[in-house]
Design a protein around this ligand. Structure first.
Ligand SMILES: C[S@@+](CC[C@H](N)C(=O)[O-])C[C@H]1O[C@@H](n2cnc3c(N)ncnc32)[C@H](O)[C@@H]1O
Length: 308
């Protein structure tokens, strides 16, 4: 048995882990990127257009998954904009040649750094009654050692009360490390999560297998995911940032689910797109996800006011 963070790291990201073996979005669960990559890419292209000239020369997507958003961006952005997918899964077949595919973040990013449903895959530990839970590959738990000092301090600040609390230090560090590479531009993290005023008392760790929510089992055959403690992630990075809902961010970027008139040319295709845009805007679904938009501390150009 190991602590949950180690079990998640091995079960998801290890050599025979769930993601490393090529499973993930589009198979066991849906994401904005797989439901409507074209609509999402329209929003990202609009976001890139909001950056000052000279700051919009690359889009780096960490946790690029199937590469669907980058493929759609390749159709929308001029060839001088560099498109980079950072992903531990193999390069998807059919990805446009101009999209670079690598397994590590570049040292520097200038433009947009995008992370859709990455942070919920960053390993967390689980604490019950002051003890770190140990877990086996079958998902069975037993109490382990007392909480280490650093994790206890994080819990004290961000999640002081609850029967089953999740330690988000690794997630905060992961986001801080990614944003530290951004020389100029914006970093955007999209995910589901919670704030201090409404932490789920029983935690959020869960699994996905064959499209169904399951108990979390770190066996490499199912996804294991934990909702993001957004306020902690936001505080981990100095500089300006805005936390808003996906629905608000997409609307501010010009995405609409308005239905076309029946005599609209290309009525069927426009209707189909509107119905997929509706999925991204749905406040009870993907529209209720959060966007954390961060400007690196070194960058004073541009503005986040368009987010409202
Ligand atoms: C929940 S999926 C989301 C994929 C995609 N962004 C989407 O929205 O469909 C998480 C993805 O993050 C990738 N991932 C997680 N941690 C990573 C890391 N440190 N480096 C590269 N890829 C990572 C996984 O391989 C997986 O494809």
């Amino acid at each position: 048995m190991t602590i949950w963070a180690e079990a998640m790291a091995a079960g998801l990201h290890g050599r025979d882990g769930y993601y490393t073996r090529g499973r993930g979005p589009g198979q066991d669960f849906r994401t904005s990127s797989t439901v409507a990559p074209d609509v999402f890419a329209d929003a990202i292209a609009a976001l890139l257009g909001k950056l000052p000239l000279g700051v919009s020369d690359e889009v780096v997507e960490i946790a690029a998954g199937t590469g669907a958003v980058l493929a759609a961006l390749a159709e929308r952005l001029p060839p001088q904009v560099r498109l980079v997918g950072v992903e531990q899964r193999p390069r998807p077949a059919g990805l446009p040649g101009r999209v670079e595919w690598r397994d590590q973040l570049p040292a520097q990013v200038s433009g947009l750094l995008l992370a859709v449903e990455w942070l919920d895959t960053v390993p967390v530990d689980v604490v019950v009654d002051g003890r770190v839970q140990l877990v086996g590959v079958d998902g069975v738990e037993r109490p382990g050692p007392p909480v280490p000092t650093g994790d206890a301090a994080w819990l004290e600040q961000w999640w002081p009360i609850g029967d089953r609390r999740e330690v988000g230090c690794r997630r905060d560090d992961a986001w801080a490390d990614a944003v530290a590479r951004l020389v100029s531009g914006l970093a955007v993290a999209v995910d589901y999560g919670h704030l201090a005023a409404a932490r789920p008392p029983m935690g959020t760790l869960r699994g996905y297998r064959d499209g169904q929510v399951t108990a979390p089992v770190p066996d490499g055959c199912s996804d294991v995911t934990a909702a993001v403690a957004w306020d902690a992630v936001q505080a981990a990075v100095p500089g300006r940032s805005v936390l808003t809902t996906q629905a608000s961010a997409l609307r501010a970027l010009g995405i609409s689910a308005a239905l076309p008139r029946r005599d609209h040319p290309g009525y069927a295709a426009t209707l189909e797109r509107a119905s997929r845009a509706r999925l991204l805007l749905d406040p009870e679904g993907l529209g209720g996800f959060s966007w954390l938009v961060t400007q690196p501390g070194t960058d004073t150009t541009g503005s986040l006011e368009w987010l409202g």
